[in-house]
Each structure stands twice: as C-alpha cells, then as structure tokens.
Design a protein around this ligand. Structure first.
Ligand SMILES: *Cc1c(COP(=O)(O)O)cnc(C)c1O
Length: 469
C-alpha cells in the first residue's frame, strides 16, 4: 500500500516509511493511505460470528502489503491481541463495546500493541535505536509504555501534563523502568503535543537521533483501531435478530472523542465495507468538532480540563485526516455530533447505572448520554426543525442521513473506551461506590514513580533529549 500526506498529495511512501516517520516532517502533514481496500466478501457476508484476530489479519493485510509477509503478520496479530473486544447488550437498541480488556484497561492498547510490534519488526535490522516521543492526555502514555516496554531497539519518552491526569493514570505511565521514561510537563496536553511536534520538525535533532511518534498521528496505531469497528459491526449484525429482534440493523457507533483518532479509525472501517450506517462524535466541553459541524468554522482552541480527561483536546490532530477523507457536507451525512459538560457526565454515569445496571466510565458516559438523547427526543426535534441552544450541551443541529432510522432499525454501539475503575473517584461521586479494581491495575499502584519534571519550553525539552537519549 502507498501512503500519501494530508498536506501534499504528491507524497508517496510505503508502509514502513509512514510508520517509522510517524508524520511527514517536511510538510507537517499526516500519512493516509491513498485508497481504502474492501474486505473480502466472504468475511463481510459470513453468516456465523467472526473472530477478532481473523478480522484483524484480513484488515491489516492490504495496508501492510508485501512489506510484512503474511506469516509474520499473523504472528504480530496473535502476539498483540491475547484479549478481545466485548460486545455487551445493555438494552434493546444498544450494545456497549468494551475496549478495556487489554493490559492498561483502555482502547489504546489495541493501537499501541500493534504499532509496537510493527515498529520492532521494521527495526530488527537497524543498528541505532528508534526513539519514540509521545504526548499523552491520559491513556496513550500507559498504553504505549506498556506496549513497548522491554522491546529491544526501541526507546520511549512519554510527555504528560502534570496534575491533569488521574493519580492512577499517572502511576500507569510513570512507573516504567529501562527503555520507557516519563516527563511530567508543567502545562497542558496541547503544550506536550507541541513539544513533540516541534521536536519532529527540528532537523538538528533529527540528524542526531532516529525519532518516531506513537500518538494517534501514527498510521500504525490508527489502522488497528478499525479492527474492532469491523468486528463489532459484524457481531452486532449477527446477534441482533435474536438479541433485539432487528433483522438488518442500521449500526451507529457512538464514539467518545478527543483527538479523533478513534473516530477516524471507524471511518476507515466503514470505507473498507464494514456494515456501519453512521457515527456520533461525542465530546466533552472541548467541543471544537461539534462547533465546526454546527457552524462550518473550524476553530482549534486551548483545551479545558474535564472529568473525561483523555478527551481534553482543543486542537484534535486527526481532524486533518477526517477532512482529507470527506468534505464537511459529506461527513455531516454520516456523522452526528454531540457534546456534554461535566455535570451531564456525572448524571449520565448515574442514570446509566440506574437504568441498565452497567457501570460506565466518564468517557463512555458521554457517549451513553449522546445515544440516549438522540433516541429520546433530540433527533426527532431536529427533524422537526427544533434545535437546542448550541451553547448548551446536546446534539449539534445537523441532520445525518440516518436520522429517520433512529426510531426504527438503528442499533447503537457505544464505545466504552476505558475501564470505569480507572476513574474510580468520579464513578464514586456519581453512584456512591467505586468499581472494583482489576488485578492488573492494582499491581501498578504499588510501584514507585520514576517521572522527571519538565518545563513547557522547547529549549529545556531539547536539552534533556540531547543529554538523555
Ligand atoms: C484517548 C481516549 C479517548 C479519545 O480518543 P481519541 O482517539 O483521541 O478521540 C477517549 N476515551 C479514553 C478513555 C481515551 O483514553
């Protein structure tokens, strides 16, 4: 497969170059495949339940092409996914897609573990180590740290905003030793991301070290996230006639979004032929994308802190990829958008638990409330021309093509992006008890913190890199 660049369509690179470079340092653009291959009909039309790894393999194959032989790709996938995505029914029109069964209890394990193995595969004949720089607003750091920990030939530096992630998240990314280090930056996630982006465009630094990224800007993290969309849509279509008495469901994915990597992966799965009718982009008060959908003006802004902190992104990097795939008016046909504030998020956790028994985390809760509002009145209102105040939380006044399916054949799949125990204090505030901590999280709490303090200016960051890499 050939990859091009969101800012310069004359760029043509292979998969390895796209993965190793992370982004195109000469244009500042992001790599995207030149085309989206369709999955085999035999897989899409199968009348039995699919296997996650099989879908992963079939989806990855065309993107990797001849660059990783099929036997090696198979091994990468088996090694990356000793866990699964779980499709859990919570009511007659809703599944929750649990994406937290990996080692760090968040969906980012799906992308990070594939990326780590692909990078290690491509690095096996190199003499110099590859240095991965990664900015995190919460869960990326631990997923990447865990996925790369002790992988030979690879070094990881994680940057996170001090005091802006949960204590457990901090433990999860600051307790690695050896090839994985964490910097706690006095600033916001956007500051961390800027430091990383500046490093990538610093030709002096690049001449000294082999640098790569591991954010959702890396195409090898984005592509594997499409696996679970395809998987879940096929599972839901298979189970729905018996689960929900809906024969040919119109599957709508509700995606709690920050940097919009996850949503972009869903768009990729849809382009590859997965039976997906539409999406709901659900954000917290960082509503850059809902505002864009509402007004047509894209205004990136500083992020604000919320309870769903892994979505605290004011300038989502994958916006550039979304608009390279679709125009705004095309996207509005496929995608509804919605935002929710912290007060609404707490209520959503409580109401979800009360009405379904499910304990949802603050990120998934934003998605849960979006789907609930869409199903109750807000889509109907929109169809009748009644719109809410866009300054208030709720559904963006923009009608997707599937609006009239909501009351009939639509089936919502809400992405539960993290285990609720990662946000125990917030869940406690909402429902009066904390979800039990999975074993793999309890273990990390006992490890000592090894993070290093860092200012948000590029000069100190560069100096540290030069001394420590
Ligand atoms: C990263 C993250 C998100 C946001 O995903 P994007 O791909 O950045 O939109 C949502 N929820 C959780 C728990 C996350 O860790």
């Amino acid at each position: 497969m050939i990859y091009t660049d969101t800012r310069d369509s004359s760029v043509q690179v292979n998969f390895k170059t796209a993965v190793v470079n992370g982004m195109n340092s000469s244009t500042g653009g992001l790599y995207i495949p030149v085309e989206y291959p369709t999955l085999p009909k035999s897989l899409l039309n199968r009348t039995s339940e699919p296997s996650f790894r099989e879908i992963a393999f079939e989806s990855a194959k065309p993107f990797v092409g001849q660059e990783i032989p099929q036997g090696d790709l198979q091994e990468i996938i088996i090694d990356a996914y000793p866990f699964n995505a779980q499709v859990v029914p919570v009511d007659l029109k809703t599944y929750i897609l649990e994406l937290f069964h990996g080692p760090t209890c968040a969906f980012k394990d799906f992308g990070a573990r594939f990326m780590a193995r692909v990078m290690s595969y491509f690095n096996k004949d190199e003499e110099q180590p590859l240095h991965i720089l990664v900015a995190t607003s919460g869960d990326t750091g631990s997923a990447v740290g865990s996925a790369f920990h002790n992988v030979p030939g690879l070094d990881v530096t994680i940057l996170y905003p001090e005091g802006k992630i949960s204590p457990l998240q901090e433990k999860q990314l600051s307790t690695f030793t050896g090839n994985v280090r964490a910097l706690r930056v006095k600033g916001t996630f956007d500051d961390c991301q800027k430091l990383v982006k500046t490093a990538f465009t610093d030709s002096d630094l690049r001449s000294r070290f082999r640098l790569s990224s591991a954010n959702s800007i890396n195409i090898s993290r984005l592509l594997p996230q499409s696996f679970y969309y395809t998987y879940a849509s096929l599972v839901a279509r298979y189970r729905s006639p018996r689960d929900n008495k809906i024969d040919n469901p119109d599957i709508i994915f509700i995606v709690p979004s920050g940097n919009f990597g996850n949503l972009t992966s869903g768009l990729i799965a849809q382009k590859m032929g997965a039976p997906i009718t539409g999406f709901v982009a659900a954000t917290n008060s960082n509503r850059t994308v809902p505002d864009w959908v509402a007004t047509g003006d894209y205004k990136p802004r500083p992020s604000v802190a919320t309870l769903s902190n892994a979505m605290d992104v004011g300038a989502p990097s994958n916006f550039e990829r979304m608009v390279s795939m679709y125009t705004l008016s095309q996207l509005k046909q496929i995608m509804a958008s919605y935002w929710l504030d912290d007060e609404g998020t707490l209520k959503a956790i409580k109401n979800c638990n009360r009405s379904t028994g499910y304990i949802i985390d603050p990120h998934g809760a934003v998605g849960w409330q979006a789907w609930k509002d869409i199903r109750s009145v807000s889509m109907e209102n929109l169809m009748a021309g009644i719109t809410g105040n866009p300054e208030k939380p709720g559904l963006t006044p923009s009608l997707p093509q599937w609006a009239d399916k909501v009351k009939t054949s639509a089936l919502g799949i809400i992405l539960e992006t993290a285990h609720p125990a990662k946000f125990g204090a917030t869940v406690y505030d909402a429902i009066g008890r904390e979800p039990p901590l999975p074993d793999r999280l309890e273990r990390v709490l006992r490890l000592p913190d090894c993070s290093v303090a860092m200012g948000k200016d590029y000069a100190s960051f560069k100096e540290w890199l030069v001394e420590n890499l």
